[in-house]
Design a protein. Sequence first.
Length: 137
Amino acid sequence: MKTMMTKNASTPRRPTDAELEILRVLWDLGEATVREVQETIEKEKRRAAGYTTVLKLLQIMTEKGLVERNESERAHVYRARLEREETEKQLVGDLLERAFGGSASRLVLQALASKTASAEEIAEIREFLDRVPGEDS
């Protein structure tokens, strides 16, 4: 697999909202051509997504180190460089520091106050909290 990535892309930069939308498609599909990404966005978001816009975003994302491009086929195939969980962890860590001064409790409380969690999500959160060692453990 021939992959193209720039030298300055060793540490991926934070994705924009449009780039995150493309990353979600790539995480779900594993890898995809520009056309597949464009069609998926149009189908899932029920809005037009121009081919050239998606292509340009994928080119920028390659330069930023967010995606890798396989150039061995006629239609280039893209895949996310980092797993979904890694990207989410980076974004949450950045938000935690910038908006909440490093306070995880304030971040969690605001997240739960801004959108009602389902019973399943609450159960998952409780399970997680039971597994996390506290200060006095």
